[in-house]
Design a protein. Sequence first.
Length: 231
Amino acid sequence: MRLRLPEERPTEPPTGYKIAHPVLSQDGTRAGFTGVSLGGALPYPVVADASCVYGLRHRAPHRRCDCGFHCVHDRTGAEALLCTAEHRTAVLLEVSVLGRYFRFERGYRYARQRVRTATVGPCLCGAVASALADAGWGRPGRSALAPSCVGCLRGRTSVSLAAFARLAGDGLRVVAGTGTPPSPSAGLGAAEGLGVPELAAEAALLQARLDWFQAQLARLGERGSGAGPQR
């Protein structure tokens, strides 16, 4: 006889937590995520169906394979993964587990997911992140992004948290996690959207960038004027 596991029929999709790196398409028109382990080579949008990372034609998840999306049951378990050096710039995702899934002691392996909320950690300097900036690596056609404050952008390609949510679509919420509050000189943030408050915040971000460049030019000018005549 073949032992059959009990089937769950929840009234609402289960909630899970995972970490991932935010990514931006090469043309800057689409946003999504890429995993931190086995599925890292396959970026995915907010609502996505899993496929076998080994290229097999069976439906994911399969009992005899480890394909499919993965997540853990509790938020604390996912946050613990952010402590490792290679995952410090990843973001925390809250997802809805959709479709067929297998339940394990610590989490789920499942066929389809919707990313509901992405929580962005602090900038590497410790300040609250106001944008997602080019992380210096990526996948073919997609650049990986990392949390950044206004002062650490330094001309890198970046999008505000609100702009990333808008480009990702499907109702995604992107929120800033904990960190050191920015100084008054750092501007009001990096939000971008369709409303007046969001546009005002984006203007403040642009002004902060301009102030930084002007400060650098002034510093270079002072060095040049104090160098004295060449002999």
